[in-house]
Design a protein around this ligand. Structure first.
Ligand SMILES: [Zn+2]
Length: 221
């Protein structure tokens, strides 16, 4: 996970009449005590302009795990799940581009430090939002394994642990990070043995924003 910056203005389709009408229908259902389901939102939050702008802002990587996302697997995740926070379903600031696995693993989960504060101004999420917080302040790596950064306060540590458990420590992902770590150590060794600037360039590529798992290469502990 690395710090991301969202570009503005928000994609036009999010302020369409269709979105407004859909939200109005959802409010009515809620007011009548009816169950609101995923189907009620349709696919309005995932129009092409939204997907494209998210992928541009994220260098075509998942905002959570930093795996490269193929064009056909671009998922639009709601940082605060729409199943709990209906009003945020079409809010640009709540949308995050995610891979299939992170979108699935996160699902409807949105743990808080204090559940009794949900939907209040004091709500403190335990999943790090890479658009509003710098993940490098929380998460470090031992080679390919994600760990909470040393010296964190209680809340920061809890956020790191929850984010890692939910999004950064599945076996497939660790296997891919391990492979990438091996490429990195090979490039680093080549540089150390030759002192050649072209190998240095290779080593530095791993830490760039557009590189898969850049956070791992930047934050070894
Ligand atoms: Zn992911």
């Amino acid at each position: 996970m690395i710090k991301l910056n969202k570009t503005y203005p928000a994609p036009a389709s999010l302020s369409s009449k269709e979105c407004e009408d859909t939200l109005e229908q959802i409010r009515k259902k809620e007011a009548n005590g009816e169950t609101v389901t995923t189907k009620d939102y349709g696919t309005l939050y995932g129009k092409e302009d939204v997907r494209k702008q998210l992928m541009d802002d994220q260098n075509n990587k998942c905002a959570y795990c930093e795996s490269t996302i193929l064009h056909e697997s671009r998922h639009v995740d709601h940082y605060r799940p729409k199943s709990i926070y209906h009003e945020l379903a079409f809010k640009w600031d709540n949308l995050v581009g995610a891979c299939w696995a992170c979108n699935k693993d996160k699902g409807k989960q949105f743990p808080l430090d204090d559940e009794s504060k949900r939907n209040t101004i004091e709500e403190t999420p335990l999943i790090i939002n890479p658009y509003t917080e710098d993940p490098s302040e929380y998460i470090a790596f031992h080679e390919e394994i994600a760990v909470p950064k040393k010296g964190l306060q209680r809340l920061q540590k809890r956020k790191a642990e929850t984010t890692i458990k939910l999004l950064l420590e599945n076996k497939d992902l660790e296997k891919r990070r391990k492979e990438m770590w091996q490429y990195y150590t090979t490039a680093k060794l080549a540089y150390e043995l030759t002192n050649s600037p072209c190998f240095l360039d290779d080593v530095q590529q791993f830490t760039k924003d557009n590189h898969q798992y850049a956070g791992m290469f930047r934050n070894q502990q």
